[in-house]
Each structure stands twice: as structure tokens, then as C-alpha cells.
Design a protein around this ligand. Structure first.
Ligand code: SF4
Length: 371
């Protein structure tokens, strides 16, 4: 398959691993954060970290959209789903995220009409086919998926579909990165930048990381060679005393981003003054709501929601995992009380969550190491 197989070539992977080994200073420990959950998934799936020298440590960042949804927002979604006449639609992962009131899947089992969709356009189609029902789409994701929600809302408005609305949980990547960089308990040497988000926003918004914090950022693709190449580029910057934003994913990411997508987002969304992130607390101007022009399609205005802040379960350490402070296996309930089948925290739900990725691909290697 073009643009896939050639980025999984084992010989090239070994050559890159050799170059990485040659560029590290012995005795120095390097901590590199991969921001995006897609990278975390690839790292564990392909064993990328096994190819790195012991003094190059990868830590996982807050870039999994399902993982950062707080429990209170899940409860708000369940409250809407239980309203009479509502068809509540969301992506499959979201159905298993626990809130204080259970999950959307459990609400479905109890009689709520909750349906899994693959895109917001599927939800709009359901609304078109069921004019007597109120169809709500639970929108999640970073800037990567926000344009598809925006285009769907534009279409709903153009077609005059009034029984469709959106509960908007879209979040932005730069504010949590700023919050992480300002946190005193995390020392990082560089970032593997989020390739999917950068496809929309471009590489430019990440310039504050070298400019204000003196750390290199390399925007990277998602195949194993992309990630190894990005790590090598970061280490080269560090060895040369440089720090800048570089784009490893040039086959997909334009430096300026996708201007048409940004334009549509600016029309349909407005910034929320603040938004709660799971494990990170409230971060100002870090999420989107529907703009005033689209208020008629805003589920939070159309339905009343509890809007209650819910503390995470005591055993849950998703916050520390999302901040890169601990590794998934260091959580006390990892793989015992918390598994992909019965998740306690969000990081075990989505395949992009660090705990699920590690549970699915990494734990056997670690068990061998421990034995
Ligand atoms: S193991 Fe479960 S509770 Fe612990 S950090 Fe991971 S998802 Fe959260």
C-alpha cells in the first residue's frame, strides 16, 4: 500500500535506530513527549520504544480526544440521551466512557436510543430520516475532527434541518500543551508534534514551544519510521543546540495548515472561556462551542443538562498518565480492576489511550522483562 508499507520497512527502522543511538550523549537522559494518542498507539503496536536506547524515554501526552473528556460531560450526554424522543449519536469509543451515571452504552441498555455513528453526517442522515425525533450528535475531538462537525452543521443549516443538534466537546491542542509546559513536575526535552491536528492548523501554532520554552518540536506522521525519524530529528536539534519547529510529515501537513478548514471552523465555532479537561482541570480558552449563528443547533441550549463537575474515582490515575507523569502500568488498577473490557478511566477506552495501547501491545513484553 503506497505511503504505508514503505514507512514500515524493518531495515530502514534499524538504520534509523542506529542513527538515534549515535546521536545521544551517554549519561544524559532524554525525555520526549508524543502529544498525540495516534502516536502512542503506533509506538506500542510496532514496538518503537524497543528500538530506542535506554536513555531515550517516551512519555505520553494529552492528545487522545476520548481520554480528556471529564465524567461530568458524559453525565450531561446521558441526561440528554434519556430525554423522550431523543436519538443520541456518538462515536463508538465514546459509548464506553464512564461517567458518574454509568456509560452511554448502559443508558442504551436501559432503553435510551443511543446509536453509534462513524461521522457527524451519519447523525444528520438519521435526523433527515426521522423528522419526528430530536437527533443529537456528541461531538468530540481536537482540531482534526472539528472541521467535519462544522461542515455538517453548515449543511444542517443550509437544508433547514431543525431536529438536529450538536453537543460540542471539541478541544484545542495548544492550551493543554501550554499548561503542561508551565507545570513544575514535568521535565521534557522535546515533543513529537501531533500530525493529525497539524494537518488542519499547520506547524506554525507550535512555535511558542521553542520560542517560550526552548524545546524542539517535530511534527510527525504515524507510521513507525515517521516516529523514529521525528525522534532522530529532535535528538539532532538537541545535539546541535538548536530548538525549532520542524515538519517531518511534509507529505500531509502544510506549514500553514488547511485554510479552508480553519475558515469553516471560525464560522461555526466560538471559543469557550474555559473547559474542564480530565486530569488537567479547567484550562482557559481550550475548547469550542457553537457560534451564535448556530445557536439553534446547540444541544446544550436546546436541552437542560446537569452541568455538574464530577471528581474522578479515587483509584483512577488518568490525570497523571495524560500529563506524562506516570506510565500506564504504574497506575494501581492497570490491568486488574481497569481493563479495556471494564475500564475505570478513559485512557483504557479508546485505542489511542495510552493505557489501552499499552494493555493491548506492550504488557506482554513487560511481563517478559519482569520475569
Ligand atoms: S489504568 Fe485505568 S484508571 Fe489507571 S490511568 Fe489507566 S485508564 Fe486510568
Amino acid at each position: 500500500m503506497r505511503f504505508v508499507e514503505e514507512f514500515r520497512d524493518p531495515a530502514l527502522g534499524r538504520a534509523l535506530a542506529g542513527e538515534i543511538l549515535a546521536s545521544v550523549e551517554p549519561g544524559r537522559h532524554y525525555k520526549v513527549m508524543e502529544v498525540c494518542g495516534g502516536h502512542t498507539h503506533s509506538i506500542y503496536k510496532y514496538g518503537v520504544d524497543d528500538l530506542l536506547p535506554a536513555n531515550v524515554e517516551l512519555v505520553h501526552g494529552p492528545g487522545c480526544p476520548v481520554c480528556v473528556i471529564p465524567m461530568g460531560r458524559v453525565d450531561d450526554g446521558i441526561a440528554i440521551a434519556r430525554e423522550p424522543g431523543v436519538v443520541f449519536t456518538c462515536f463508538g469509543d465514546m459509548m464506553r466512557v464512564p461517567g458518574a451515571e454509568g456509560t452511554l452504552l448502559e443508558a442504551k441498555a436501559e432503553g435510551a436510543d443511543v446509536r453509534m455513528v462513524y461521522s457527524p453526517l451519519d447523525a444528520l442522515r438519521i435526523a433527515r430520516e426521522n423528522p419526528d425525533r430530536e437527533v443529537v450528535f456528541f461531538a468530540i475531538g481536537f482540531e482534526t475532527t472539528a472541521p467535519s462537525t462544522a461542515l455538517t452543521l453548515k449543511r444542517a443549516k443550509a437544508e433547514g434541518i431543525r431536529n438536529f443538534s450538536c453537543m460540542c466537546n471539541h478541544v484545542l491542542i495548544v492550551p493543554p500543551l501550554r499548561a503542561l509546559l508551565e507545570s513544575p513536575d514535568l521535565r521534557l526535552d522535546g515533543f513529537v508534534g501531533p500530525g493529525h491536528v497539524a494537518t488542519v492548523v499547520g506547524a506554525r501554532p507550535f512555535g511558542f514551544i521553542p520560542a517560550d520554552h526552548g524545546k524542539p518540536v517535530v511534527i510527525a506522521g504515524f507510521e513507525p519510521l515517521d516516529i523514529l525519524h521525528a525522534i532522530q530529528m529532535i535528538l539532532r536539534q538537541l545535539a546541535a543546540g538548536r530548538c525549532e519547529v520542524e515538519n517531518q510529515y511534509t507529505r500531509v501537513v502544510p506549514w500553514e495548515g488547511n485554510l479552508r478548514a480553519l475558515e469553516v471552523m471560525a464560522e461555526v465555532f466560538a471559543l469557550r472561556p474555559h473547559f474542564e479537561w480530565r486530569g488537567l482541570g479547567f484550562i482557559s480558552q481550550s475548547a469550542l462551542r457553537l457560534s451564535d449563528d448556530y445557536a439553534d443547533w446547540d444541544a446544550e441550549l436546546r436541552f437542560s443538562v446537569p452541568g455538574v463537575r464530577v471528581a474522578d474515582p479515587k483509584a483512577c490515575q488518568c490525570g497523571e498518565v495524560l500529563k506524562g507523569v506516570i506510565k500506564p502500568w504504574e497506575c494501581k488498577v492497570f490491568g486488574t480492576a481497569c481493563t479495556p473490557e471494564r475500564p475505570i478511566g478513559t485512557c483504557m477506552v479508546s485505542s489511542e489511550g495510552a493505557c489501552a495501547a499499552y494493555y493491548n501491545y506492550g504488557r506482554f513484553a513487560r511481563e517478559r522483562e519482569v520475569v
